[in-house]
Write a protein that binds this ligand. Structure first.
Ligand code: GLN
Length: 401
């Protein structure tokens, strides 16, 4: 197994830092016999969608080396896509497992918030962060989830709920003829097929919906009216939480330390030299949104939007067993294309961030190709389930693939 240790976060501020212990997820994998073959690249502190924000390198997409693998956990997705390993770990705060899975043509799973311990994961935005899984198949991805799930006394946010056996949904054969998913209610989220979505992605998603119908599902359109509010709410909340979480990197406790003869200068200089530009921008945005006078207009408002989004998912999942959408509005784009246009990059997270705001599980599976690049580029679709119902997503995903 290939593990992306989520401890280093590819930042200069953690250069030469060696974690003194394994994250719980990594420890649990090792206890089950996993062989860790390396660490993978990602955007600094998980802030980004391409790995171009890594302080050290850019990961290339194995389908077309001139394109990004997605991000932030792009290195983990690319490693599985290039078959350097069968499974890997990533973290998903706003889509960092699902969007790279889509760009690299592999399976990506974001578990329910609280399903997997985050002990040992460097915090980005604590109310959103989860550790997720990549795999070459749904069965392998389920096996990895099973290995790492469950309560951990070192993480008070990890759930005490019983962990079902995520490895048992794969015993029966993939029998298309018998319509194995008969009666399953699938809601296609209308707002995810708006104008901003590439035509190639739209046709791959309608292909996936037809395939689900062939397998016995009833597919109907469902509306999530607050869907488009997810993006601004996410960026306000994630930046606010990160501005607080990242205050621990002061040059004293971890990693890189500037030379200065006064404590405030040491803090300031270590942070100025240690953090990259995107991280600094997020800290500034977050500090602004949290400051007295702006708090009500931004942070509080974003929390209210979050509640609306949670409610609309609840209503949609009361009427449907699962919801489906694209995993990203386009296939993998060229390296450099959005690097200097943060808003365009943020807009690419529209399909995934709502799921983090609602804390729900979601599985991304390859469902087609667009005709670009030397060999075509993969497109993934996202299945969203009710909280703690990963088993259903894995079952449907396995029958689908
Ligand atoms: N691209 C999003 C961001 O930059 C999501 C990243 C993530 O899930 N870590 O915040």
């Amino acid at each position: 197994m290939y593990v992306r240790y989520a401890v280093q976060r590819w930042s200069r501020i953690l250069e030469n830092y060696r974690a003194p212990y394994d994250a719980t997820a990594v420890r649990r994998m090792k206890e089950k016999g996993a062989i860790v073959v390396g660490k993978t690249n990602l955007d600094e502190f998980g802030m980004g969608s391409t790995t171009e924000g890594s302080a050290f390198q850019v990961t290339l997409n194995p389908w077309d080396l001139s394109r990004v693998p997605g991000g932030s956990s792009g290195g983990s997705a690319a490693a599985v896509s290039a078959r350097q390993c069968v499974v890997s770990l990533g973290s998903d705060t706003g889509g960092s497992v699902r969007q790279p899975a889509s760009f690299c043509g592999v399976v990506g799973l974001k578990p329910t918030y609280g399903r997997v311990s985050r002990f040992g994961l460097m915090a980005y935005a604590s109310s959103l962060d989860v550790i997720g899984c990549f795999g070459t198949s749904v069965a392998d991805t389920g096996m990895l989830l099973h290995a790492i799930s469950g309560h951990d006394r070192y993480d008070a946010t990890s759930s005490k709920r019983e962990v079902p056996d995520f490895t048992t949904q794969f015993t029966s054969a993939n029998l298309v003829e018998s319509r194995p998913l008969k009666g399953l209610r699938v809601g296609l989220i209308r707002e995810t097929l708006d104008d901003g979505v590439d035509n190639g992605v739209k046709s791959a998603i309608s292909g996936a919906a037809s395939h689900l119908e062939e397998l016995g599902c009833t597919v109907t359109e469902v509306s999530l009216p607050s869907f488009s509010l997810g993006l601004p709410a996410y960026y306000i909340l994630a930046s606010s939480e990160s501005s607080s979480n990242l205050s621990r990197y002061d040059g004293v406790r971890y990693g890189k330390q500037a030379v200065a003869d006064e404590l405030n200068l040491l803090y300031g200089d270590s942070r100025a030299k240690g953090f990259g530009p995107e991280v600094k921008m997020r800290i500034l945005m977050g500090t602004y949104a949290l400051s007295a006078g702006y708090y009500d207009a931004y942070y509080k408002r974003a929390q209210q939007v979050r509640t609306l989004i949670q409610r609309s998912f609840k209503a949609a999942l009361d009427a449907n067993d699962i919801l489906i959408s694209p995993a990203a509005p386009s296939a993998a784009y060229k390296i450099g294309e959005k690097k200097n246009d943060p808003l365009a990059m943020y807009a690419g997270d529209i399909m995934t961030v709502n799921v983090n705001l609602a804390g729900l599980p979601a599985l991304v599976l390859p469902c087609g190709f667009v005709e670009e690049g030397p060999a075509g580029l993969p497109v993934g679709f996202q299945m969203i389930g009710a909280a703690f119902d990963e088993a259903k997503l894995l079952k449907v995903g396995h029958i689908f693939e």
